[in-house]
Design a binder for this molecule. Structure first.
Ligand SMILES: C[S@@+](CC[C@H](N)C(=O)[O-])C[C@H]1O[C@@H](n2cnc3c(N)ncnc32)[C@H](O)[C@@H]1O
Length: 357
């Protein structure tokens, strides 16, 4: 589209000097394209003639220029966010449902599109690809996380048809199969927080490792042995590739199977990670089997946001008592993220000891 606007015409060879002055005073009209006319350049400006002339006089410009009204072409507008990228395709009364957030896993985006605007799903696919040049594939969440393997159905929307990507968390490259293994890009801080607590020479057991994010963080630069267990073979295949890619200083030992069934093959642990929220309490007997007095447990749960620490402590204490173990010390309590309205995913870190009778 053509527009007329005030502009300044200068010799092309002087463009840099003038642009520096105009930018400093923020008077370039950034919505319009510059015009090149033979050996001159016409720059659209947002100011009055008088203001522009006095500015150029005070800058002691010693070459010819002219200030006038010129014809310009409007710049093609690039959307700044997802809303701007799709709102032209979605009726106004439905635009309130356009999601503000989405998960980026490596070069794959996974978006949750509400039912009300699901018929526009492919628009989202194209929009996300054009918003982020580094993104190769877009999926949408087609179910909640469920089942023993904690995976969700995802529906392909656009881009390259692939499931495997490499996600970077604090410089660690994690291979993720988004179609066949659990992974949340929202746990990066938690993986690092726990890893930072682990000490050289320790033995760590991650009972529900998924693609092995905790072990990769923990073993990255410390001589620590981490046993990484998961019932999902695909998740462990990812971990095996990540171990090769990251060349960790410590040792990661992936073990496929049900944690309950493989514990006989494991040593006693200094720290036990139990990130299976919703079901971790069912495995406290397993944790007690591989604990020694003073071992530290990272116990994850979904709890209500009203008194989360008390709720978690109660669940854990009850299960420990059934095994004749008790909490020796509460070391930390971390709220990780909101998992549902009025519900949080949290971690209680405790040291445990056997109960003296
Ligand atoms: C919440 S996800 C893992 C999260 C992972 N620790 C992380 O931080 O990214 C839970 C994992 O537990 C695994 N799982 C579920 N039941 C299991 C069991 N009985 N034994 C071993 N792994 C199990 C699932 O396959 C899934 O990968």
């Amino acid at each position: 589209m053509k527009y007329t606007s005030r502009g300044i015409q200068i010799p092309y060879s002087k463009a840099e000097i003038i642009l520096t002055i105009l930018r400093k005073h923020r008077i370039i009209n950034v919505d319009l394209e510059f015009v090149r006319k033979e050996k001159t350049l016409v720059i659209p400006v947002n100011t009055t003639d008088d203001n522009l002339r006095s500015l150029l006089e005070s800058a002691a410009i010693d070459f010819d220029y002219s200030v006038d009204v010129f014809a310009f072409i409007e710049k093609e507008k690039q959307p700044k966010n997802l809303f701007e990228a799709v709102n032209n395709s979605i009726p106004e009364h439905l635009q309130e449902h356009i999601p503000k957030a989405y998960d980026i896993v490596g070069d794959i985006v996974i978006i949750d599109i509400p039912e009300e605007i699901l018929s526009f799903k492919f628009k989202f696919g194209e929009a996300l690809l054009s918003l982020f040049p580094s993104i190769k594939t877009v999926y949408r969440k087609a179910s909640t996380v469920s089942g023993e393997l904690r995976i969700r159905e995802i529906e392909y929307l656009s881009g390259e048809k692939k499931c495997v990507t490499v996600h970077t968390e604090h410089e660690i490259k994690i291979v993720v199969n988004v179609c066949e293994a659990y992974f949340s890009p929202r746990l990066g801080h938690e993986h690092k927080r726990v890893a930072d607590k682990c000490k050289e020479g320790e033995i760590i057991i991650d009972l529900f490792t998924g693609v092995g994010s905790f072990p990769l963080h923990i073993a990255k630069s410390k001589a620590i042995t981490v046993h990484a267990i998961d019932i999902n073979k695909e998740a462990l295949k990812c971990l095996e590739k990540s171990i090769k890619n990251n060349n960790p200083k410590g040792m990661i030992i992936p073990t496929h199977g049900d944690s309950r069934r493989v514990i006989d093959t494991l040593p006693k642990a200094d720290r036990i990670i139990m990130n299976l929220p919703g079901r971790a309490h069912e495995y406290i007997d397993v944790a007690c089997n591989i604990a020694r007095p003073g071992s530290i447990i990272y116990f994850y749960q979904f709890v209500s946001d009203s008194e989360p620490l008390e709720e978690m402590k109660k669940i854990l204490e009850e299960k420990l008592n059934e095994q004749n173990w008790i909490i020796e010390e509460i070391i930390s309590f971390e709220k990780i993220r909101e998992s549902a309205p009025r519900e949080i995913h949290a971690c209680l870190e405790v040291s445990v000891i056997p109960q003296h009778k």
